[in-house]
Design a protein around this ligand. Structure first.
Ligand SMILES: *[C@@H]1O[C@H](CO)[C@@H](O)[C@H](O)[C@H]1NC(C)=O
Ligand SMILES: *[C@@H]1O[C@H](CO)[C@@H](O)[C@H](O)[C@H]1NC(C)=O
Ligand SMILES: CC(=O)N[C@H]1CO[C@H](CO)[C@@H](O)[C@@H]1O
Length: 260
């Protein structure tokens, strides 16, 4: 599921029970699976609010939701044997078969017009060029969950301290390049899209710490500064450098508390 029916009910519930009706700015955010749902509903959310009679500025913040970068996932077991062919089509079909979920309507319309199967729209990289909303993407280039659980490189081989020269290190390097290329291609055609892409081996933990104001910052900038500048209309495309081609170290956790 992508949360479509729940989201629909929650938005109506919030309209009925909170000050949402009087909001001038709505930030629509979600992390991990929630980030996927946020991508798919990026354009739906404003039309939903319009249908309920309000038109606040609505911005969309998917966190660690880039499932998948273009030409990803490549499976570790294949990569170690020299095969770099992605299984993205299979993964998208599989998710769509199991879940039959709500997909980004612009992508569905485009695929239908081109007589391509709509299941490809399950893959977020297929909807990036078709997003109309104001979207700020917060995404690690070396997403830990995708490396360990979709690419199936086990954590004792693929982790934050993997030697980049090892075979597993080369796998992570390929992943980082594909993440970065996907985001770069997107901002070339959609410069208004904000991108903050640290090069950590992390899924959501460090990103949530940054949002909570309890992180180390990205290239000297805090999430709050970058997001505020983007809201003000500045172009924010921060794709951090990799460290020798691989993930960069994260600062030791300062605290376990998450205040959002
Ligand atoms: C919100 O209020 C409207 C109007 O009273 C009602 O029809 C609708 O069922 C309510 N929705 C929710 C989710 O509470
Ligand atoms: C991380 O991966 C390396 C091999 O790439 C391994 O030697 C090391 O033990 C792993 N660390 C952990 C904590 O699993
Ligand atoms: C981003 C994307 O998929 N765009 C496609 C939309 O449909 C037209 C017509 O079929 C294609 O040419 C685009 O590539």
């Amino acid at each position: 599921m992508s949360g479509h029916l729940i989201l629909n009910a929650v938005v109506e519930h919030l309209m009925n029970t909170t000050k949402l009706r009087r909001s001038s700015l709505v930030v629509f955010a979600g992390a991990s699976a929630g980030g996927i749902g946020v991508f798919h509903h990026a354009d739906w959310i404003s039309s939903k609010l319009h249908s309920l009679g309000i038109a606040p500025r609505t911005v969309v913040l998917p966190i660690a939701g880039l499932f998948f970068p273009e030409r990803w996932p490549v499976l570790w077991e294949e990569f170690r044997m020299g095969v770099e062919v992605p299984v993205d089509g299979f993964m998208a079909s599989w998710c769509h078969l199991l879940e039959g979920s709500f997909l980004h309507e612009g992508c569905v319309a485009n695929a239908t017009a081109a007589k391509r199967p709509v299941r490809e729209c399950q893959d977020v990289s297929k909807i990036l060029p078709l997003l109309k909303a104001e979207v700020f993407i917060f995404q690690n280039q070396f997403d830990q969950y995708q490396a360990n659980h979709l690419g199936l490189c086990p954590p004792d081989l693929c982790n934050a301290s993997t030697d980049v020269a090892s075979r597993a290190g080369q796998y992570l390097q390929l992943f980082g390049r594909r993440s970065k290329e996907t985001l770069q291609a997107t901002i070339q055609t959609r410069p208004r899209l904000g991108v903050l892409a640290p090069s950590w081996f992390d899924h959501t933990n460090q990103l949530e710490r940054e949002i909570a104001g309890d992180g180390q910052g990205v290239s000297g900038w805090s999430f709050a500064e970058l997001f505020a500048a983007w809201l003000d209309g500045q172009q924010i495309h921060l794709l951090a450098d990799a460290c020798a081609g691989g993930p960069c170290p994260q600062a030791a956790h300062r605290s376990n508390s998450l205040v959002v």
